[in-house]
Design a protein. Sequence first.
Length: 393
Amino acid sequence: MIRLVFLFIVLGAGLYAGTQFSGQQGYVLISIADKTIEMSVTTLVLAIIALLAALFGLEFLIKKALRASSATWNWFSVRKLKRARRDTNEGMIKLLEGDWLNAEKKVTRLAKHHDMPLLCYLIASEAAQGMGDRDKRDRYLALAAEQTDSELAVALTKAKQQVADSQFDLALTTLDELKAHNPHNPIVLKLLKTTYQQLGLWQPLTQLLPKLKKAKLIEQTEWEQLMLTAQCGSLTEVAQQQGSEGLMAHWNALPRKTKQEPELVLCLVKQLIARKADSQAYIIVRDSLKKRPSDELYHVIAEMNLPDIHPAIVLLQAALQRDGNNAAAHSTLAQLLMRQEKWPDAQQHLEKALKLRSHVSDYAYLADVLEKQQLTQAASDVSRKALALVENA
C-alpha cells in the first residue's frame, strides 16, 4: 500500500512538473563506454516511474508465489498433524482395549509429525510391554527420552513396567532416583509400597506408610495391616541379624501402643521361640494375656519348650475359670496335660474344645489321647471325623 501511494506521489509530481515546464523539457545524455543515450528529462522521469512500477509489481508477484507455496506447505503439515493426532487417539483406545499390535501401529505411524511425539512413544512402549517384547519396549522408551521435558514421564513409565514384570531390584533403583527429585509424587509412592513389600524392605516401608496415609493413597484398613506386616518383618530381620538380645532391644524401643498389638506380640514370641528363648517368650505371652486375651497367644504356649510347664497350666486354668468357653485355652491346656500324661484330663479339655469349634489338630490330639487309654474304637471314630473334616475343607 505504501509503495502504491509512493508511485502516485511520484506520478503526480511528474505531471505537475510536466505542465510547469511544458516546452522546456530539457536534455539528458547518458554515455556508457562507446554507447550514448539521449532523451528529454520528461522521458527519463517517466522511465524511472515505469521501472519502479515494474520492480514493485515483480516484488508483489514473488511474494504472492511465496505465500502460495507456504500456504501449500502449511496445509500439508497441518493435515499430517491432524492425522497424527487422530491416529494417536485411536491408538490409545486400542491400548485400553488390549489390542497391543494395532495400538503400536497407530501411534508410531506419524509420530514424527505429532506435536507431542513423547506421548506416541510412551503409548508404543506400553503396547510393547503388553505384547511382552522388552527390547521393543525399551527402544520406544529411549525414543521418548530424546524428547523435551520427558524425564519424569519416561522414568515413571519405566518403573511401572519394571514392577509389572516383577523386576523389583531394577524398579527400586529407578524409584530411588525418582524419589530424590519427586518425593511427593503419588505414583512414585504407590510403586515404592509394592516394591518394598516384594523385596521385604520392611524398615523403608514403615517410614513410607505415614506418607501414603497423609497423601490419602491408602485405605485405613490396608494401612493398619501393612504397618503390622512391616513391623513384624522388621522384628524378623533384627532377630536374624542380632539374635534374641537385639530383638528385645528393638522391641523395647517401639511405641507402647505398637507393643500392645497381639499380632506383633505373636510375631515377637515366635522369633524368640525360634532362637530357643522360650522362657522369655512365655513371660511376654503371660503379660500380654493379662491385658488382652488372644487365641493365637494361647495356642503358641503349646509350642514352647519350657523347663517347668506348671505356671503355664495355672495360667490356662485361671483363664478357663474366667471364660469356660475359651476353646483355645482348652486345647492348649490339653496339650500341656498330655506332656504330663494326664490322659483323662487332656481328653476332657479336648472334647470341650471340639464342642465349641471343630479343629483338625484337636481331633488328632484326641485320637492320640484315646489310644493312650486303650480306647481303640473311640480313637478310630475320632480319626474318621478328622479325615472327613480335612476332605470337606
